[in-house]
Design a protein around this ligand. Structure first.
Ligand SMILES: Nc1ncnc2c1ncn2[C@@H]1O[C@H](COP(=O)(O)OP(=O)(O)OP(=O)(O)O)[C@@H](O)[C@H]1O
Ligand SMILES: [Mg+2]
Length: 252
């Protein structure tokens, strides 16, 4: 079968989860002006773990931010999970993100005054779950990322790798359809990194879901269904099948 021009696998029709068309984003004005995205195109499908790679400063975090609706853009079209973000009010984008998107930020963005359990509970509370079941789910997720004994600690009492795992648990807590991760394994040792990638792979393959990961970490490449390589504010190439296997071999 063909959906949106994309051949489907044996598991059924593969729908587009995110579509970015000709998106331009500029920071600053005059001499300090930087064009972070230059009419960039990008696409992911449901059921896919999609990696985005490329040199520092090429626009990867900016791309994730416009898809998550946390950053405004000047030109181009963005559609996420069948919803067109162009023209939506800020409040509608915030509500949409809170319901459907889990975001792991490059800087973790944990709330320092809350414990780990409370941090992981936040998306659940915002989606109307009561405190007690929210905290029970948060405790279970912290165990799944290997931090079952850290629930009562505050983020500042944890190492960078532990904070990163709390951020991952928080992004998974409300079972969002789209999970967006900026360098989720950067602060993790080899074994923990693979454990987290296993969790994210499982999340990506649930029906109607999708995971997009920006990474510099070649250990993550083998988990990808597709890899988009960016360069200077644009997509340079999209790899899958034989191209992807070659890329992974070249970096292993
Ligand atoms: N808030 C900002 N103000 C001004 N310029 C910015 C801002 N955020 C990003 N930029 C610029 O936009 C370009 C793209 O930045 P972006 O953070 O998307 O890169 P990146 O690919 O994520 O890099 P890295 O791998 O280092 O995280 C860079 O030149 C950066 O300096
Ligand atoms: Mg970045």
């Amino acid at each position: 079968m063909i959906a949106d021009g994309i051949p489907a696998s044996g598991t059924g029709t593969l729908k587009t989860a995110v579509r970015v068309r000709g998106v331009t984003k500029t920071f600053g004005v005059g001499d300090s002006r930087t064009v972070a995205l230059k009419a960039a195109d990008f696409e992911t499908r449901e059921g896919e773990l999609h990696l985005v790679v490329g040199p520092s400063g090429c626009g990867k975090t900016t791309l994730l931010s416009v898809v998550a609706g946390t950053l405004e853009w000047e030109a181009g079209e963005i559609e996420v999970l069948g919803t067109r973000l162009n023209g939506l009010k800020k409040s509608a984008i915030t509500a949409f993100r809170g319901r459907h998107i889990g975001f792991i930020f490059q800087q973790f963005n944990l709330i320092p005054t809350l414990t780990c359990i409370e941090n992981v509970s936040v998306p659940l509370l915002l989606n109307g779950v009561h405190r007690r079941p929210a905290e029970a789910k948060a405790a279970e997720l912290l165990s799944r990322v290997g931090l079952g004994d850290k629930g009562a600690k505050r983020p500042t009492e944890l190492s960078g790798g532990q904070q990163q795992r709390v951020a991952i648990a928080r992004a998974l807590s409300h079972e969002p359809r789209l999970i967006i991760c900026d360098e989720p394994t950067s602060a993790l040792d080899r074994e923990t990194g693979h454990h987290i990638m296993d969790l994210l792979s499982t999340a990506a393959r649930a029906p109607g879901r999708c995971v997009i990961i920006v990474t510099h970490d070649p250990r993550t490449y083998g988990y990808a269904d597709r890899i988009t390589e960016m360069e200077d504010g644009r997509v340079r190439r999209v790899m899958e099948g034989g191209d992807l296997r070659q890329f992974i071999e070249a970096h292993s």
